[in-house]
Design a protein around this ligand. Structure first.
Ligand SMILES: O=C(O)C(=O)Cc1ccccc1
Length: 281
């Protein structure tokens, strides 16, 4: 089995992939869209990508690409604790406080905002495609006093890096949800998690007073508990949004199909994004 992930080696996504698929061939991709395209085109069996973070919220690139650009479905999710560290080239270890540039994935930089504000006020940040891409960049440029924010796996994998500061994330409860995405027809066996979820993308009929209220009541009177409701721009004009709704319930024959039929009768369009189990790793 071939599993694609946001690379290079030693990203948090790679860590999630290693935990979820012990035997699989893991293939790194330089960006989330490239990884998802490879899954859509059948080059890989599944794509693992970050979906949501407890500090920063949804990974919009993943959500938008999933909804607008692919027909992939969520086959499972894994919740991973995130610990961020400051990595420098070992030649610069003594001098890490004078680093002239801090690079990482935008979410990692945001998760360490207080630390960066305290230790590196006024020092520029450079956004990279992933934390491990930043770690590799620092490893490849020993002549520059620069630092990466990345995980301990990256500190081990990229020889020449040293951990200047450990656990620099601002909040101890820092978790990311990684999604396993597959083509709809692909049956993928994943170890069952503790919880089940069903995710829907819903667009409301335009200019109808109380439409969102009616949508929510379709779930409410069926006692379908929602764990997320989020709006994202349709990208077709200002003020046009769709909703992502997560139901804490596995797809069944009665309740969820009934709710979907009710929403469609209200004039909503509904797209199933997946019904899957959620695991903590
Ligand atoms: O960049 C990585 O390592 C990723 O896997 C994406 C990410 C970035 C920050 C927190 C969690 C996941």
């Amino acid at each position: 089995m071939k599993i694609g992930y946001l690379g290079p080696e030693a990203t948090f996504t790679d860590y999630a992939a290693r935990q979820l698929f012990h035997e699989a061939e893991r293939i790194p991709f330089v960006s989330i869209p490239e990884c998802m395209d490879a899954a859509s085109e059948g080059e890989i069996d599944a794509a693992i990508v970050p979906l949501e973070n407890s500090i920063e919220g949804s990974v919009n690139l993943t959500v938008d690409y999933l909804v607008h650009e692919t027909d992939l479905q969520i086959a499972g999710e894994a919740i991973v604790p995130i610990r961020q560290h400051l990595l420098v080239h070992e030649d610069n270890l003594e001098n890490w406080r004078n680093a002239e540039l801090i690079c990482s994935h935008p979410h990692a930089l945001a998760q360490c905002h207080k630390f960066l504000h305290k230790e590196f006020k006024g020092i520029p940040h450079e956004h990279m495609a992933s934390t491990a891409a930043a770690a590799k960049f620092v490893k490849d440029h020993p002549e520059r006093n620069i630092a990466a924010i990345a995980n301990s796996l990256a500190a081990q994998e990229y020889e020449g890096l040293a951990m200047a500061q450990q656990n620099i994330h601002d909040y101890s409860y820092n978790h990311t949800v990684f999604a396993v995405l597959t083509r709809p027809e692909k049956a993928l066996h994943l170890d069952k998690g503790e919880d089940f979820k069903t995710s829907l993308m819903i667009t409301l009929p335009s200019d109808q007073a109380g439409a969102l209220h009616q949508v929510l009541s379709a779930f409410s009177w069926r006692k379908l508990n929602l764990s997320k409701i989020e709006s994202r721009p349709m990208k077709t004009g200002l003020g046009k949004y769709f909703f992502i709704i997560d139901i804490n319930f596995k797809m069944d024959d009665v309740l969820i199909p009934g709710a979907i039929a009710e929403l469609e009768a209200l004039g909503c369009t509904v797209k199933m994004l997946g019904s899957y189990s959620s695991r903590k790793i």
